[in-house]
Each structure stands twice: as C-alpha cells, then as structure tokens.
Ligand binder design. Sequence first.
Ligand SMILES: *[C@@H]1O[C@H](CO)[C@@H](O)[C@H](O)[C@H]1NC(C)=O
Ligand SMILES: *[C@@H]1O[C@H](CO)[C@@H](O)[C@H](O)[C@H]1NC(C)=O
Length: 395
Amino acid sequence: METKLRCLPRLLLILFTFSVVGQTAVLSSTESHQRYVKHASGVHPVVLLPGNTCSQIEVRLTDAYEPLSPLCAARKGDGRWSRLWKNNTAADAEVPCFADQLRLVYDHAAGDYRNAPGVETRAVSFGSTRGFLADDAADKELCMGNLVAALEREGYRDGETLFGAPYDFRHAPAPAGQANRELSLFRRRLGALVEHASKANGGMPVILVTHSQGGYFALDFLRRSPLPWRRRFIKHFVMASTGAGGFVLSMQGLATSIAPSSSSYSSPSPSDVLSMPSVGRTFASTFTALPSPVAFGDDTPLVVTRNKSYAASDMPAFLAAAGLPPYAVRLYETRALPVALNLGAPVVPVTCVNGFGMPTPEMLVYRPPGRPRARPRGGVRRRRRGRELGKYSGA
Ligand SMILES: *[C@@H]1O[C@H](CO)[C@@H](O)[C@H](O)[C@H]1NC(C)=O
Ligand SMILES: *[C@@H]1O[C@H](CO)[C@@H](O)[C@H](O)[C@H]1NC(C)=O
C-alpha cells in the first residue's frame, strides 16, 4: 500500500476541472477553474481519506491497564492522551510498550476487535487533513501531502472546503450483521462530516478522495449509506491505488514465517512497530488486502515455497502455515473474506486511479536459503529475477 501519490494531484485537478465545468454550464469558458474555486461558496467540498498507517493514533491508559514493565506504566491513569503512532522521537526502549498498546485483541464474547484492556485510542484531528502524518517528508508524500498542497494552491482551505477523515487503520470493514464498533463509529462521523462540508458550502455535494486503504473504508461507508443520501451528498468518489480484490504484496509480511528472510526486526525502532508480528498480525486490516479468489482465480499460485504453493483459495492454509492461530484463520474466513467476495459498486460516480509501469509482484517464490523472488505483473511481462521484493511499490 505504499504507492506514491506523485501524479495524483495533477490528475485530480484535471478531474475537478471537468466536474466543475460539467456542472456549471453558466460559467463562461474563459473563466478558469482556479478562479471558480476561489469563490468561497459554490465549490464542491473535498473530503480526503489517506492510506494505511497515515492517521495518527493517540493513547490513554486507564487503571485497568496491565503494563509489561514500569516504563510502560508511566502514563497509566493520568487521563492524558499521548502519541502512540507515529512517534519517531520515542526511545527504542519504549517499543515494547507501543507494541503492547497498539495490538488488537479479538473479543469472542462481543464478536469484535478491541484494544488490550485499559488501552483507549483515538485517531486525531478528525475533520482536518492536518492529522495525516507530516512529521517527515516521506510520510507527507505517502499521506496525501502533495495533494493537499496542490488543492490549497487552487484555493481549497482546510476546514472550509477541504476536510480530512483520518481513521484507525488497524480495523477493517466487516460483513453486515457483525459487530464492528470502530467502523460504525467512523461511518457516523464521516456521514456527519460530509453533511457539514456540504452545508458549509451552499449545499454542494462532496467529492470523496481516498488513497489505498482509505478506499475500503469509503466503499464500506458508501454502500451502507441510504441511496438517496448518496445521491444528495456525494458528487464523486475517487479511489486512488486501492487494490480492490487484493494484492500479492500483502502476503509478504505473513510469509516471513514460512520462509524467514534476512529482514527480521530484532530490535525495532518506534517506526517499525507495526511490522512486529505481535502487533501487525493482530490487526483486522491484515486480511483486508489479501488476494481474493474473485480477482486472482482459484488456482493461480501466489506464494510458492519449496514444499507447497498457495493460491488465493488456499489462503486459510497459507495463514495457518504463517503461524496464525486457528481463531484468526477463522476470522479471515468468516469476517474478511465475505467482505472481499462482496465488494460492489458504491452507486455514485467513481474514478479509480491506478499506477502503471510499476513493477508489481504477482507471485512470491521462496527458494532456499529463503530469500523471496518476485515476478512482477504489468504490461511488460519481463521477468525481473533477483530483484529484492522490498523495493517494489505495491498497489
Ligand atoms: C513521543 O514519545 C515520547 C516519549 O514517550 C514523548 O515524550 C513525546 O511527547 C511523544 N511525541 C509526541 C509527538 O507525542
Ligand atoms: C519441507 O520439506 C522438507 C523436506 O521434506 C522438510 O524438512 C521441511 O520441514 C518442510 N518445510 C515445511 C515448511 O513444511
């Protein structure tokens, strides 16, 4: 989910120009869209949902928290929120605390994912694009920073015509009827934000722009909103680099247990904490982008080890081989897979933006001594053996 958003700002501006021009026939052709959007009212407000890991998560520890160590207990019970993700300035010694507080547990009685006992979390700055990761330049580029800057150059203003919907990226959509407290809350807040954005702009319907994982959250939101509401409030849905149907790269982190590679995290820094199996593998979102049998077919091998190969339909066996406990494999089958099999049209105008010319793995081949080789998918079906997988940017 690390696709760079370099070309996206220009593409979207072209799109907005067309949609603005298409909408307002009264505008003379000499008026530029730039002038048009500079008028305070009459612009389609834009709501952005960034990609995976782009939202900042804060934590507060109640008295119920059982710390791993005295260090992890430092802020227990003080009622204050502090930055859990992404905190690059914390000492490496705090990583186990962050890991313990970021992991999710599945509550079998409630049928839902939740935080560890005593851990309260929130995604910060809902409503604004300022909460997207922006502490360093690489995060900023990954997390719609260039798009925000380009829109602001065109006259959009944060909190007036431009809004952000950060979300807890550890969670994922679930099938209707299953408990999903986090996503229910998010859908309510996003609905209220869209209505607010529209009302603040003369009743103009809203353009939702998502990147990567944000697309899954928005799709879930749209499909569960009443159709008349969508028609009233959504002008357009732009889904950039969402691998609807999944992508093979999402299996790589899990495959490390099957064929351990050199890139294990023996002493992770705070920015690696999500890659720790004790953290990342507990997330509901770990399963979201796994290749779906609908998109990848039942028989196409996706992960090939010396002993066995796994197609999309072998995902439960793959997850078990990767060391996930049986209840987690069951959650894939009963919670994540039904969502993937049931992806459908949001019934609003949609534009999908996908990269091309990006080498994208379609198969992970593990050979002794365990270094993965990837075969990229794309227009040019050259085999690029021997390139290290980590260098590819996935969809
Ligand atoms: C990061 O963590 C350190 C140590 O816990 C803390 O002092 C600092 O305030 C945190 N950074 C942010 C931005 O909250
Ligand atoms: C693969 O097969 C070899 C030889 O039969 C065996 O020693 C090894 O444990 C197997 N590996 C896995 C991951 O099953």
